[in-house]
Design a protein around this ligand. Structure first.
Ligand code: ATP
Length: 137
């Protein structure tokens, strides 16, 4: 196994802290993959699916907004929220998606831009969680 270390941290807890072979994450400029020896860089993280492989096992997680710092042998992800696929409450995510869609469907004139941005972000988080559960099954 390569000596790439993955750390995924939220304000609440350390979600992942272990050696992995590779990481694929949803960056603000698109999905990016990291293997040991990657050139160092910093990027934003968008709501989406993150996966990492250890040996023959690939784990999926849902992440929300945050940052990633990549160095030659470490990937540090700091996000508002992250859940392993098995921890995602699908029903909750579906309800969150419905709520966000209802808000977005309201007459635009009656809602502020802030309401719309918040609903759009909530929709992205919910879709990310649902996709991660679907990928795992
Ligand atoms: P909701 O409207 O259902 O609260 P949200 O997108 O507003 O969803 P977040 O603010 O992203 O929720 O997360 C708040 C906390 O709840 C975090 O700790 C996150 O990991 C957890 N969380 C949110 N949705 C889910 C879910 N569907 N399954 C498991 N944990 C969740």
């Amino acid at each position: 196994m390569g000596t790439l270390y993955l750390e995924i941290v939220t304000p609440e807890k350390v979600v992942v802290s272990q050696e992995v072979n590779s990481v694929v994450a949803p960056g603000s400029l698109g999905e990016f993959g990291v293997l040991e020896g990657h050139v160092p860089f910093l990027t934003g993280i968008e709501p989406g699916a993150l996966r990492y492989t250890t040996g023959t096992t690939t784990e999926y997680l849902s992440v929300t907004n945050g940052f990633a710092e990549v160095s030659e042998n470490k990937v540090s992800i700091l996000v508002d929220a992250a859940e392993k696929a098995g921890e995602i409450d699908l029903e909750r995510a579906r309800k969150a998606m419905e709520r966000a869609r209802e808000r977005l469907a309201k007459d635009r004139a009656k809602a502020t831009d802030i309401d719309f941005s918040r609903a759009e972000l909530a929709l992205k988080r919910a879709i990310a969680r649902i996709r991660v559960v679907e990928k795992r099954n």
